[in-house]
Design a protein around this ligand. Sequence first.
Ligand SMILES: [Zn+2]
Ligand SMILES: [Zn+2]
Length: 89
Amino acid sequence: MLIKKICRECETEMTKKYTEDGVRIYCESCNDETDHDNVEMEAYCPDCGITLEFHGKCGQGFYCNKCSSLKSSKKVIWKKMSDQIRIPR
Ligand SMILES: [Zn+2]
Ligand SMILES: [Zn+2]
């Protein structure tokens, strides 16, 4: 499970931008410093759909126990965890 910063306007992941004033959290899609939420995301296997284990030691890799192979972080499917645990008011 990873925490990602997600833009409230377009739901794209925010990127860090280094300026003279320091680090800014920036949305490339909106081309602006938009409001954003910290969202708990879980990685799922693109081939079989189970949750993946993050292996920081082997580089930026996600390991699938069912396929017994590493998945590229570009191919994994990200799903929000907050949708499942949100409590209605
Ligand atoms: Zn945006
Ligand atoms: Zn798999």
